[in-house]
Design a protein around this ligand. Structure first.
Ligand SMILES: [Zn+2]
Ligand SMILES: [Zn+2]
Ligand SMILES: [Zn+2]
Length: 126
């Protein structure tokens, strides 16, 4: 029996997941042909796959596309073009952007840094 998993468990304590590069949709080519038609994707270096630390969620700021939503030719500044972002521990919806990751000025929300979620802060009020 063999499994063809997309997830690689790397050495050490951090689990890295190998996912399809969102920016080039796994083609390994620059999706916007900024340099030339044969230019490699700047996010994955032409491999078509990128590593993201686990646990991760889909980047809400670019909706998982890896493309910066307000200038459709550069990488998303939140996920660096990967389409997924790492979250730490338990999270809840960001109260400032209501989970959208977008601030009123359409830049990434400063509270959650565009992730749409913030770590749950455990307050010890009794
Ligand atoms: Zn790529
Ligand atoms: Zn993104
Ligand atoms: Zn936010």
């Amino acid at each position: 029996m063999s499994f063809n998993l997309d997830i690689n468990i790397m050495k050490g304590e951090t689990n890295m997941a190998l996912i399809k590069c969102a920016f080039c949709k796994g083609t390994g080519k620059d999706p916007f042909n900024l340099l030339s038609k044969l230019a490699t994707c700047q996010v994955c270096g032409g491999k078509g796959k990128v590593e993201v630390k686990e646990p991760m969620i889909k980047c809400v700021y670019c909706k998982g596309t890896g493309v910066y939503p307000h200038n459709g030719r550069v990488t998303c500044t939140v996920c660096n073009g990967k389409g997924s972002v790492t979250v730490k521990g338990e999270t809840e919806k960001c109260p400032d952007c209501n989970g959208t990751g977008v601030a009123p000025d359409s830049l990434p929300c400063l509270t959650c840094r565009g992730k749409g979620v913030v770590p749950i802060v455990i307050t010890e009020n009794e």
